[in-house]
Design a protein around this ligand. Structure first.
Ligand code: ZN
Length: 382
């Protein structure tokens, strides 16, 4: 390598690393804010309000469509340039109160997919207007279970919440069927700068990634002159990608990079030496999920960009998994689309675990990819 090439490589590395290093603390703050906020499907407003504040500060013109999706464009959006959409969803899995029974116990309808047994004996938050109260999902203690055969089958139908309040007290507070319920969990740093625990990393971690991408674009506008970069934060993904169906009409993108939680499998009950994804081994590029076959040229291009920039990446294929890009891929005349994941352990439960290196490498991969895209490369992906 010549000295000139070495300097060029060093400058490019600093270009990618510096903004990430500078924004390290802010990234943790964003993750904490977005993980902690309550926003089950259909109740995304508190999440959207946080994003609106950040997106406007980052110079983005914001619009809320009729479904509640947050749509973002830069003021210099041009019809002459191809448009790259970066998208992630705002909602998290939770429950809806369907009944306040005669003694004040709450009955529930799942919003999103839960594994039955993780819902018992947990702490939850019930939203009543702009107030939040704590509730516990009850369970039978060992004292009332004489042997294994008397163990009740764990079923979501049996789930109930105990707020410590009786029906009259709850009603006086404004309780009624139709209230949102989310896990009562606060973001925690397990290992500084490396491992985080919290709720709703699916998909709030990717909403935080979008903020770092926006910040990078704001500070390096000249690198992004060949395409329009636009953003969508969608509603109701966990109920079958209902919000994303409306996004095409607002933005008419030419290419979609959808950002999602990947499903990490590197824990004792799933682990194998060659299992993918693992925490800390890079963002995942989806080659398959039941909702979408990604564009093969886009998949190849992303993998090549990761390799050329020495960004670690993993392949991911999930059967029980759908994502928002599937709603865009066939819209209009169709477009290249792909799903990119940050591996999360224990998704769709109270608390997930994610890795900061995967987060940073996702931001780097997006920057490196979008900088490379232009009309010719996007057209050639068809
Ligand atoms: Zn998701």
């Amino acid at each position: 390598m010549t000295l000139r090439k070495l300097i060029k490589a060093a400058v490019i590395s600093i270009m990618f690393l510096l903004p990430l290093l500078l924004s390290a603390d802010q990234t943790e703050k964003n993750l904490e804010e977005l993980s902690n906020v309550h926003g089950v499907s259909g109740f995304e407003k508190p999440v959207r309000d946080i994003l609106l504040k950040h997106w406007k500060q980052l110079g983005i013109n914001c619009k809320i469509d009729g479904m509640g999706n947050l749509i973002g464009k830069y003021p210099d959006f041009s019809d002459k340039k191809p448009t790259v959409l970066v998208m992630a969803h705002m909602d998290e899995v939770g429950f809806l109160v369907t009944k306040v029974d005669e003694r004040g116990f709450l009955r529930l309808q799942p919003l999103g997919v839960w594994v039955d047994y993780v819902t018992w004996a947990q702490k939850w938050t019930v939203g009543i207007g702009d107030k939040y109260i704590t509730a516990i999902s009850g369970m039978d203690p060992p004292h009332v279970l004489s042997d294994e055969t008397s163990m009740p089958p764990v079923s979501l139908n049996m789930l109930f919440l105990d707020t410590g309040l009786d029906r009259k007290e709850l009603m006086a507070m404004g309780a009624r069927p139709g209230l949102p319920v989310t896990p009562a969990v606060k973001f925690e740093i397990l290992k500084p700068g490396k491992r985080y625990a919290g709720k709703a990393f699916d998909d709030r971690a990717m909403l935080a990634v979008m903020l770092d991408l926006m910040k990078y674009i704001k500070n390096n506008k000249e690198l992004f002159s060949k395409v329009n970069v636009v953003f969508a934060a969608t509603v109701q993904e966990e109920l079958g990608m209902r919000g994303a169906r409306n996004v095409y009409s607002s933005l008419k993108p030419d290419l979609v990079l959808n950002l999602e939680a990947g499903i990490a499998k590197d824990y004792p009950t799933q682990f194998t030496q060659d299992c993918e994804p693992k925490l800390g081994s890079g963002p995942t590029i989806f080659i398959y999920d039941w909702s979408m076959m990604p564009n093969q040229n886009l998949v190849k291009a992303l993998a090549a960009i990761a390799k050329a920039n020495k960004i670690p990446m993993q392949w991911e294929s999930e059967y029980n998994y759908g994502e928002d890009a599937s709603c865009l891929q066939g819209a209009g005349q169709g477009m290249p689309a792909v799903n990119i994941g940050i591996p999360v352990r224990y998704a769709h439960s109270h608390i997930g675990i994610m890795d900061r290196d995967d987060y940073d490498n996702t931001v780097k991969l997006l920057i490196a990819a979008i900088v490379k895209f232009d009309k010719k490369s996007i057209d050639s992906m068809r």
